[in-house]
Design a protein around this ligand. Sequence first.
Ligand SMILES: O=P(O)(O)OC[C@H]1O[C@](O)(CO)[C@@H](O)[C@@H]1O
Length: 531
Amino acid sequence: MPADFDGSNPATRWARFCDLLWYDEGLGLWLDVSRMALNQRDIEGMQPAFAKAFAAMAALESGAIANPDEQRMVGHYWLRTPELAPDAETAGHIAGEIDRIEAFGHQVLAGGLQAPGGGTFTDVLWIGIGGSGLGPLLVIEALQAEGQGLPFHFIDNVDPQGISRILGRLDDRLGTTLVIVVSKSGGTPEPRIAMEQVRARLEQRGGRWAGQAVAVTMVGSRLDRLAEAEQWLARFDMFDWVGGRTSITSAVGLLPAALTGTDLRAFLDGAAAMDAATRAAALTANPAALLAASWHVAGHGRGQRDMVVLPYRDRLAVFSRYLQQLVMESLGKKLSRDGQVVNQGIAVYGNKGSTDQHAYVQQLRDGVDNFFVSFIEALDDPADIPALAGERPGDVLEGFLQGTRTALMESGRQSLTITLRRFDARSLGALVALFERAVGLYAELVNVNAYDQPGVEAGKLAAASILDLQGRLEGLLADGAPRTLEALGQELQTADPEPLFWILRHLSANDPAYRVSGSWAEPASLAFARV
Ligand SMILES: O=P(O)(O)OC[C@H]1O[C@](O)(CO)[C@@H](O)[C@@H]1O
């Protein structure tokens, strides 16, 4: 039985550490939650809720409609253990896609599949947003060995400057760039618009789009239909029952692995092994349950403490962004599954240690106590970085981690630590699967649907109505007559002149045909004309 959380007594601390430490030899992974406020009373009190959560996860894995809003099954666990899928056809399809991805990677890297103008592909340009961009970025940043496979470039936004920068970087290599367009729904505006920009530039530079383009999307989506009609180089399936934020073990994460010569089977194997470990139906024997319980106690089941992710490994710097989507899009919900307003969620941020010690860790130690830290470390230091003048970088890094952990404890701040024996494709798969399951369990504890994202729709709809308003506004100003915002509002029958101000400020910054009179500091004085 673990002693209660109390940083002041080394003997109690040690006993608590030993009692709560979770370790799995096969996974080579330790989880220490002894410095979270998770006490025996909490563990006992949460047993019934966890019994229900474990049952819900078992039902989800066996194909229940776990996402009722979208009437969808939730099957990311099947991606690494296809035989778990509810029917043999689905299992065969998953396994077949993995084989195809692997073969495609080999063909591209070995030059069996060439750019349309001849020669091997030189680069990959990946276009996708949210889960269609973050998982691949994590795979590349975390796992691509220096100089191995193709260099990757990402467009994960519709920022024209960002698109311009990437196109400028690729420029004369556009004809030998493999362009992978990723959108589960196949209709998300940002990647679609970015794709059109890339396509236009690539064709200007003599490339042949269909021979260089690959689609990753749901069968039958708008993107899939386009890729099929134009006979793109390849199409890979993004299954209906996999959400963007849990798609890293689908083609979304496997294709980047295949195109960089990374061991995608090891990645899947690590995730499968962690899935097996996190099926344990006992709170203290299950690392994902230990995480979920610790988060719950720390934030009083209301998300009142933020999750600060501090990996002590540069290659994992992007992991906090990855977790940000996984945790916040899954748990950040207004309504419970019973329709009650709950405004749930856990805020996630972070970068990497020890770098952040010289940035925001000051506040963590001394400022507002509204967080818990998730330290992540790997024990394997590369052999080519030796001790110099008695200083070995790996030892210093470990010392800084322990130092920060201690300093936080001394000021009563909570932290947990995940330690990987080795950092590789297998352990990254395990790490991802650990958090996926913890998020699923936590969602059960707070009774929210972890698999929908209704809040995102509000912003998408509002953006669409702004673009519609802009179209009507431009139509009105085409006659060349100057108008104030108030007059424009009246003619366009909108009671709110503010969006008109924003649209015209942007238009006039980019199009010299727009003439502006009045003062920008006094929006009501402004008049606009298109001459
Ligand atoms: O892959 P898609 O369908 O383009 O969606 C991209 C992202 O947009 C969201 O649907 C939110 O709008 C995320 O859940 C998803 O990862």
